[in-house]
Design a protein around this ligand. Structure first.
Ligand SMILES: NC(=O)C1=CN([C@@H]2O[C@H](COP(=O)(O)OP(=O)(O)OC[C@H]3O[C@@H](n4cnc5c(N)ncnc54)[C@H](OP(=O)(O)O)[C@@H]3O)[C@@H](O)[C@H]2O)C=CC1
Ligand SMILES: O=C(O)[C@@H]1CCC=N1
Length: 269
C-alpha cells in the first residue's frame, strides 16, 4: 500500500461503482493527493475530496482502476495506452470485457487484474471476485486484493470464465435485494401499513436476516425452517414463494440467465 501512496492510483470513471470504492479507500486513509480521477462530469462529492481531478497522469502509477461502462471502454482506454506494457497494474471492474481485449489495446505485457465488485463497497461491506492475467505477478494480484479488501471481502477466481456467474450473483445481487425490499414494503403497504413503516420493516428485516445468515452456524435453509412454525403462517407464504413453476427459484434462475446473456453480448461488442 505504501507503493500505492507513493506512485499513485488513477481512477478512470467515477460513477456509482468508482465512487463507492474511492469513498471506501479515502475513508480508510488513502491520501487524496495519491489519487488522480478522470471523469468528464465530476460530482460535487468528488470535487470535495481533494483528489487530482482530470489532471495530468502520474508518470508510473501503481494502479489504474478502470470503472467506466463497458460501452465507453473503447473510447476511454486509448488515453491510458502509454501506461501499458509497464509496471502499472490495470485493475478493471467492467462487466463483459475480457482480459484478451485489454491486452489487445494496452499491450500483451500489461499486468491486468479483472475484478467484479458490488456497491456495498461504499460501506465497507462489498464482495469482489478477482482474476489476473499471465503478466500479473503474485505481488500485483496481492496489491489489487489488498486494495479491494479495504472495501469488503475478496474471493480469488480460478478461471476468468467464473467472473460471469459471479457477476450475476454478487455483482448484480445488491439490486435483487434492493428490489426485494421495495416489493416487501409495497406489499406491506397494500396490506394496511403506513408506507414509511412498511419500508422500515422491510429494510430492517433484510438487513437483520442477512446478518443472521452470515454469522449463524446454521444454513440459510435451517434458518428459514426456524421461522416456519408447522401449520403456521410462514408456511403459507413460502408455499407461494417456493412454488416450483412460478416461485423464487425459477425467477432467480431466469434473472441470472438474463444477466449472463447480457454479459455475453457486452463481451462480443
Ligand atoms: N454499478 C454496479 O453495481 C457495478 C458496476 N460494475 C462496473 O463498473 C463500471 C461502471 O459502472 P457504474 O459505476 O454503474 O456506471 P456509471 O455510469 O455510474 O459510471 C461511469 C462513470 O464513467 C464516466 N465516464 C464516461 N466516459 C468516460 C471517459 N471517457 N473517461 C472517464 N470517465 C468517463 C461517467 O461519466 P458520465 O456519467 O458523465 O458519462 C460516469 O461517471 C461498469 O463497467 C460496470 O460494469 C461492476 C460491478 C458492480
Ligand atoms: O449492471 C451492470 O452492468 C453492472 C455490472 C454488475 C452490476 N452492475
Amino acid at each position: 500500500m505504501d507503493d500505492l501512496k507513493t506512485r499513485g492510483l488513477v481512477l478512470l470513471g467515477c460513477g456509482k461503482m468508482g465512487s463507492a470504492m474511492l469513498k471506501g479507500w479515502l475513508d480508510g486513509g488513502l491520501p487524496p493527493a495519491s489519487v488522480t480521477v478522470l471523469d468528464p462530469h465530476p460530482s460535487d462529492w468528488l470535487k470535495s475530496t481533494g483528489v487530482h481531478l482530470n489532471a495530468d497522469l502520474p508518470e508510473n502509477p501503481a494502479i489504474v482502476l478502470l470503472a467506466v461502462k463497458p460501452q465507453m471502454m473503447g473510447d476511454a482506454l486509448p488515453a491510458l495506452q502509454k501506461l501499458g506494457n509497464g509496471s502499472t497494474v490495470f485493475l478493471t471492474v467492467a462487466a463483459g470485457i475480457t482480459i484478451a481485449t485489454y491486452e489487445e489495446i494496452l499491450g500483451a505485457e500489461t499486468p491486468i487484474v479483472r475484478a467484479m465488485p458490488n456497491t456495498p463497497a461504499a460501506v465497507g461491506r462489498g464482495i469482489t471476485g478477482i482474476v489476473g492475467n499471465a503478466k500479473a505477478s503474485k505481488v500485483d494480484v496481492d496489491l489489487a486484493e489488498s486494495l479491494l479488501q479495504a472495501v469488503g471481502l475478496v474471493v480469488r477466481l480460478e478461471t476468468e470464465a467464473q467472473i460471469r456467474p459471479l457477476m450475476a450473483i454478487s455483482g448484480c445481487g445488491p439490486a435483487y435485494v434492493f428490489h426485494l425490499i421495495e416489493v416487501m414494503a409495497a406489499a406491506g403497504e397494500k396490506a394496511g401499513l403506513p408506507a414509511d413503516m412498511a419500508l422500515q420493516l422491510a429494510k430492517a428485516t433484510v438487513a437483520g436476516a442477512g446478518h443472521l445468515a452470515e454469522v449463524s452456524d446454521e444454513s440459510p435453509a435451517q434458518l428459514r425452517i426456524n421461522v416456519t412454525s408447522p401449520g403456521g403462517v410462514t408456511a403459507e407464504a413460502l408455499r407461494v414463494l417456493m412454488d416450483e413453476e412460478n416461485g423464487f427459484p425459477v425467477l432467480m434462475e431466469r434473472a441470472v440467465e438474463a444477466a449472463i446473456e447480457r454479459d455475453e453480448e457486452l463481451a462480443n461488442g
